[in-house]
Write a protein that binds this ligand. Structure first.
Ligand code: NAD
Ligand code: IPM
Ligand code: MN
Length: 368
């Protein structure tokens, strides 16, 4: 049997820096756990635009469609801010999500005990936190039509449209309920049914799916603005949060600060099962290309490394190996190793991106 295939799209800014550390870990699994992957690398985002004049070529799109899993670093940067909208690095990522139909974006926010005092919230509020935001990823205001900027009389008008079909809501709701059954059996659905018709439909469909298929799961509803407040006030009240594309984007960045740093948050973007029964999947950190620290060896590679752990779990049925990797991350943090983003204003001595990757590999070695 051939090895499972991985397509690596490191992208821009700190993307390649954090992905280098993931490559060490992939190498470690091949060498030490007999878990080899056929790895191919390609371009996405600004680097793809610089090379090919487009943020994602059709050839790369096809490779992504055929890979067992895609690992993505980050895309974007100030250099590309003035590009035509269709050429922007972010369009490459959005095309991957849309064409692979990766509708369920799992964004776990877990607070490692060693970082509980570092979060901007009090230790009590975040210690032991383990929640997952399930963000709808292929529809909503990110993709709705009509959209664009046009002239109305003397002025320009910018338009984006929030649009959800009931089947789009139903499938992501099922993903959230299924996930909750494997966890603490609670789903909180967030929208703004008080002001948006799409929110009214969202609430209705989630309720229908719940009653018909998942009555054993505890379901609650919250307006997304109140949900943002509750996420800061007492995040441990949640288990699984299911929400739309835009609210999920905002809520997951906010949730990052519960864990200490945006450099800690991984994600899995999952679609329908392929012929082999596994979902189409792309794994990426929640953070972006961090232009302010790119090229300085300061980036925290943990979000990207934990995204690979999610790949081991969701794409390769290697739950025990995923846990080994997550445990290794926990151990280096408990040992006091910190990249710069994990140090407070009082400072300390940060280690580099590479040193963090090496430390995790060393703990993996010690786990054998
Ligand atoms: P960002 O996530 O890149 O950075 C926000 C802040 O967090 C910065 O101060 C950055 O230094 C810090 N940070 C982020 N990741 C870090 C890490 N791993 N280690 C240490 N510090 C980290 O968000 P932004 O600055 O708003 O966006 C920059 C660019 O990235 C934009 O072009 C944006 O569109 C793009 N972006 C891409 C993705 C993606 O590829 N999935 C996600 C978000 C933003
Ligand atoms: C994310 C990012 C993306 C989004 C951008 C880069 C397209 O912010 O993955 O959270 O808005 O979805
Ligand atoms: Mn985001």
């Amino acid at each position: 049997m051939s090895n499972p295939s991985l397509l690596i799209l490191a992208g821009d800014g700190i993307g390649p820096e954090v992905m280098n550390e993931v490559k060490k870990i992939i190498g470690w699994y091949g060498e030490k756990r007999d878990l080899a992957f056929d790895v191919e690398e390609d371009l996405v985002g600004g680097i793809a635009f610089d090379t090919h004049g487009t943020p994602l070529t059709d050839a790369t799109m096809e490779k992504a469609q055929n890979a067992d899993a895609v690992l993505l670093g980050a895309v974007g940067g100030p250099k590309y801010d003035t590009l035509d909208f269709s050429q922007k690095p972010e369009r490459g990522l959005l095309r991957l999500r849309k064409e692979m139909d990766l509708y369920a974006n799992l964004r776990p926010a877990q607070c490692f005990d060693a970082l509980a005092d570092f979060s901007s919230l009090k230790r009590d509020v975040v210690a032991g936190l383990d929640i997952v935001i399930v963000r709808e990823l292929t529809s909503g205001v990110y993709f709705g039509e009509p959209r664009g900027v046009h002239k109305e009389g003397n002025e320009r008008v910018g338009i984006n449209t929030q649009r959800y079909t009931e089947s789009e809501i139903a499938r992501v709701a099922r993903s959230a309920f299924e996930l909750a059954r494997r966890r603490n059996n609670k789903v909180c659905s967030m929208e703004k049914a008080n002001v948006m018709e799409s929110g009214v439909l969202w609430r209705e469909v989630v309720t229908e799916i719940h009653q018909a298929e998942y009555p054993d799961v505890e379901l609650s509803h919250m307006y997304a603005d109140a949900g943002a407040m509750q996420l800061c006030r007492w995040p441990k009240q949640f288990d699984v949060i299911v929400t739309d594309n835009l609210f999920g984007d905002l809520l997951s960045d906010a949730a990052a600060m519960l864990t200490g740093s945006l450099g800690m948050l991984p994600s899995a973007s999952l679609g329908a099962p392929m012929a082999n029964g596994r979902p189409k999947a792309l794994y990426e950190p929640v953070h972006g290309s961090a232009p302010d620290i790119a090229g300085q060896g300061k980036a925290n590679p943990i979000a990207c490394i934990l995204s690979f752990a999610m790949a081991l779990r969701y794409s390769f049925d290697q739950g025990a190996e995923a846990e080994r990797l997550e445990k290794a991350v926990e151990t280096v943090l408990a040992d006091g190793l910190r990249t710069a983003d994990l140090l407070g204003p009082e400072g300390g001595s940060p280690i580099s991106t590479t040193q963090m990757g090496d430390a995790i590999v060393a703990v993996l070695d010690a786990s054998l």
